[in-house]
Every structure is written in C-alpha cells, then in structure tokens.
Ligand binder design. Structure first.
Ligand SMILES: CC#CCOc1ccc(CNS(N)(=O)=O)cc1
Ligand SMILES: [Zn+2]
Length: 262
C-alpha cells in the first residue's frame, strides 16, 4: 500500500484488521452482537422508549466515507431520548446506516443469525456530559437506537433521504438537509432488546447502551439499490462502491441481553 490507509471494510483495512490500531476491538463489550431472542431476559422494569425529535434541528446530510449520515443541532434538548433502559436525557447527534452489496446481508446486529439488508443507527449522547465528544468515551455516554430494514414496499420517508444521494455520492460531500423528522423512520412498535456495547466503527469506544428495535421498517429493493450508488471514494479517485459497511457480530463475553417485551 502506497499511502497509509485509514480503516474501512476491505480485507486489508476491515473489521479483522481494526484491532491493530484500535486494541479495544477485542474488548469485553464490543458491538454488534447476534441477538438470540430465546436467550434474552424479559425485564418488566424496562420503560417504553420516549423519543421526541424536532425536525427543525436537522442540519445536513453527509457522505463521511464510511456511511451516509444526517447530523442534528444538539445545542438544545429538542431532539432527545429518555426512559427506555436509560436514566437521564440523551440528545440526538446523528443517524446513519449500514448495508450490504445485496439484499441478503448488511445489518450489523443479527437476530438468531438472521441478517437484514440494512440497519439504521440513531446516535444520542448523555447530557450529564458537556458534549458529544466528551460523552463518546464514557461507559454511559451514548445510546444508539438500532432499527432493521427489511425488503418490502417503497418507504416514502426513506425516499426523502435517497433523493439527496446524487449530491453526496462521494466521500466528503455534504449538503444542507432541513426539516427531516427521524421519527418517520421508526417502526410502529417500539419493543426493543438492550445490552451494553460499543461503537461498531473505530474508535470502537465501549460507551454505548444499545437499544435494538424488534420490528423492522421496510425499504424496497430499488431503494436498497440506491444506497449502493454511494461511494467510499472521494471525487476524482477510482470509484469504490459503498457497500458491506457493516461489522460482523462480536463475542457476547457473558453479557445479558434484556427484552422490553414478552
Ligand atoms: C469523539 C468521537 C467520536 C466518534 O463518534 C462516532 C459516533 C458514531 C459512530 C458510529 N458508530 S455506530 N455504528 O456504533 O453508531 C462512530 C464514531
Ligand atoms: Zn452505526
């Protein structure tokens, strides 16, 4: 390799290599995991998720070279998560996706070994800390809500994002993106599994309370194909399709997965 390569999802810089620069990759609370419903413990003490998002906090949509990300203004509590498995109030910072090269793979979490074509992550940070950056490395710093995507009917709310993809095709491109309500991407039923985990990309901080929704949302096969038109590569570089940007499940290492539902 001529220039020092940053992390990615290829054989020479992908998940099997991340431990070289990020030793926490072999840590005790890494994500994602395979969720085995029969082994999850129903916890009647878990509260329903309370998610309230203000579309006016939506700022822009970005190709960061690893995923497509929608970023939010987090200087007030107007887009936030409370209750569920967490205590306190966590502010929405961004959401992004992971997906495959084909509809048979793409999610990071799996359910009894089943891979979904994609997974949405809504990243929130604990307001007991002063900022996202400070919270990102604390054991109770982040709460990420995961939502599976399955192949089904056209999703009109998802289409609003996809319509912006042509302007952010390559790494580093971003464009303003206003008045999007992320709650339109949530399933009708907010039953969830929860466990203590990590970021699924470098720096892999073990700072995430994971909240994975049992019910998927739908995307059509054509909409999934649109995700695959994005590029890992920057303008002018050899085009490198942004696909398979998912980390495979990691060892549970004795952790308990709790269910909010019977
Ligand atoms: C300071 C700092 C930092 C890192 O911030 C992030 C935030 C989200 C992610 C995506 N991780 S995931 N897939 O677990 O939501 C990666 C790095
Ligand atoms: Zn993610």
């Amino acid at each position: 390799q001529t220039v020092t390569m940053s992390w990615g999802y290829k054989p020479n810089n992908g998940p099997q290599k991340w431990v070289e620069n990020f030793p926490i990759a072999d840590g005790v609370r890494q994500s994602p995991i395979d969720i085995v419903p029969g082994q999850a413990s129903y916890d009647a003490g878990l509260k329903p998720l309370d998610l309230k998002y203000d579309p006016s906090t939506c700022l822009d949509i970005l190709n960061n070279g690893h995923s497509v990300q929608v970023t939010f203004a987090d200087d007030t509590d107007s887009s936030r998560l409370t209750d569920g498995p967490i205590s306190g109030l966590y502010r929405l910072k961004q959401f992004h996706f992971h997906w495959g090269a084909s509809d048979d793979k793409g999610s990071e979490h799996t359910v009894a070994g089943t891979k979904y074509p994609a997974e949405l992550h809504l990243v929130h940070w604990n307001t007991k800390y002063a900022s996202f950056s400070e919270a990102a490395s604390k054991p109770d710093g982040l709460a990420v809500v995961g939502v599976f995507l399955k192949i089904g009917g056209e999703n009109p709310n998802l289409q609003k994002l996809l319509d912006a993809f042509d302007t952010i095709k390559s790494k580093g491109k971003q464009t303003s993106f206003a008045n999007f309500d992320p709650s339109t991407l949530l399933p009708g039923c907010l039953d969830y599994w929860t466990y203590d985990g990590s970021l699924t990309t470098p720096p892999l901080y073990e700072s995430v309370t994971w909240i994975v929704c049992k019910e998927p949302i739908t995307a059509s096969s054509g909409q999934m194909a649109k995700f695959r038109t994005l590029l890992f590569s920057a303008d002018g570089a050899a085009p490198d399709c942004m696909v398979n940007n998912y980390r495979p499940p990691q060892p549970l290492k004795g952790r308990t997965v709790r269910a909010s539902f019977k």
